[in-house]
Design a protein around this ligand. Structure first.
Ligand SMILES: N=c1c2ncn([C@@H]3O[C@H](COP(=O)(O)OP(=O)(O)OP(=O)(O)O)[C@@H](O)[C@H]3O)c2ncn1[C@@H]1O[C@H](COP(=O)(O)O)[C@@H](O)[C@H]1O
Length: 87
């Protein structure tokens, strides 16, 4: 099973290699503004799912939110330590 750490490692490797067909590479090419909108979209969908759509949908939306947050971390050059030191 993937973890926060293993997903981040995978995304970083794909970003560095510019892996063809990678949705992550495509999203990074679209830039900070696009990634920011994906974060807001998934945050909103997480909220709606939590109120109205049950635990499974909420977990799905949360996982997408985490994914887009990690893409933004890569876009902004942030590491796991940059995040963890604030937790
Ligand atoms: N976990 C994810 C992941 N979560 C979300 N997404 C992206 O986010 C998009 C979902 O956002 P959308 O707005 O299209 O979704 P939606 O239509 O709102 O769908 P719902 O929220 O309504 O379910 C997907 O099309 C993907 O581009 C993800 N893309 C990739 N991953 C993982 O990232 C890794 C690298 O993927 P690639 O870069 O594609 O190789 C792989 O392990 C993937 O499983």
């Amino acid at each position: 099973m993937k973890t926060f750490e293993s997903l981040f490692e995978e995304l970083n490797a794909k970003a560095a290699a510019k892996t063809p067909g990678s949705l992550t590479v495509q999203e990074l090419e679209k830039g900070t503004h696009f990634i920011g909108k994906k974060i807001v979209e998934e945050a909103g969908e997480t909220w709606i799912a939590a109120e109205y759509e049950g635990a499974e949908r909420t977990a799905e939306e949360m996982s997408q939110l985490i994914y887009h947050l990690q893409v933004m971390m890569i876009d902004r050059g942030l590491t796991l330590d940059d995040i963890y030191k604030n937790l």
